[in-house]
Design a protein around this ligand. Sequence first.
Ligand code: ADP
Ligand code: MG
Length: 378
Amino acid sequence: MTFQQVYGYEPAVRYSAPGRVNLIGEHTDYNDGYVLPFAIDRRTTASIAPREDRLLRVASAFEPDAVHELSLDALSPEGMDGWSSYVFGIAWALREQAGVSLDGRTGFDVFIDSDVPVGAGLSSSAAIECGIALALSDLWDLGLDRKALARVGQYSENHAVGAPTGIMDQSASLLGEQDAVVFLDCRTLDTAVVDLALEANGLEVLVIDTRVEHAHATGGYKARRDSCERGAQVLGVSALRDVTVEDLPRAQELLDDETFRRVRHIVTEDQRVLDTVRTLREQGPRAIGDLLVASHASMRDDFEISVPELDLAVETAMQHGAVGARMTGGGFGGAAIALVDLEARDTIAAAVTAAFAEAGYREPTVFTVHAAQGARRD
Ligand code: ADP
Ligand code: MG
């Protein structure tokens, strides 16, 4: 299905934005900490044409034959539902969050197509938001920089869609560069692009999508956030970012066992992100394997957001020679990543698939991703 088939004429412009993989730094974003995602070579494309009236029309290959409409005069979260709120929400958030006046602006027709797997923890949601945000910034000549657009995307996801997520996904989708990771300080929103240099080192990243849906994700995610907030409160800091590894013995005395383990994950994970950045800069990607594995163990044992399928994916990849592996994304399902030698890739992929069959799990989807350029006009 195409724009032409839906609307009967050709689009004026095409924008695309990528999904992302988080290399390391999980659940640290809402603790004001550090994350290290990269944009992937799986993209969502928005084909767009401006209209002369105030109407917004959106369609997606995702839901053939449906065209959702909303007027710029009627933008409010209450008037949006389903996937179209990922598009309408951006126009609304431009006004609400970035203070853009929508008076006198004209609407648009948009058609969305994507090869980012949906709901696999690769942020198909940010891919759609960021492509639309960049497109509207251009169409309406807003001159907003990419960090401002990331905040608009996050605001829309939080308040129009209603998902309480951090700013990592939008930052990766907008600021990503080829063969590089985006080091993001979620407190200051400072970013630095760090060379990943996988190709030069004969490495690749395998994504193992367990296809376990984040069934309890909403409840589990909120419970983890609550634990982190409780921990920060007892420890007298505004966010767990302000707790260091050296503070952990004292934290253990003050906190109940479960809250302490949640806190320990965040504190050690922040340190692992910093260590990963330093290691990438000083020694290259082959040296970060232990950090990835330690991150997985911390999510499995302390933060308790892994599932048996993710653990099996990580263990099997490591047994078959991966340099490192960990679950990625919010957890309770979704995908794991494995850093692998090019030559070992197929063996590892086959071993994971076989191990899943053996365990009686649903067949995983295994594919390679490369660190790719962020949102752009195509
Ligand atoms: P993830 O971001 O991990 O893929 P989310 O639940 O955050 O999972 O976002 C997935 C939702 O984003 C989908 O359920 C749908 O509403 C919307 N979405 C993503 N890609 C598309 C698309 N190509 N067309 C329409 N809606 C999409
Ligand atoms: Mg998402």
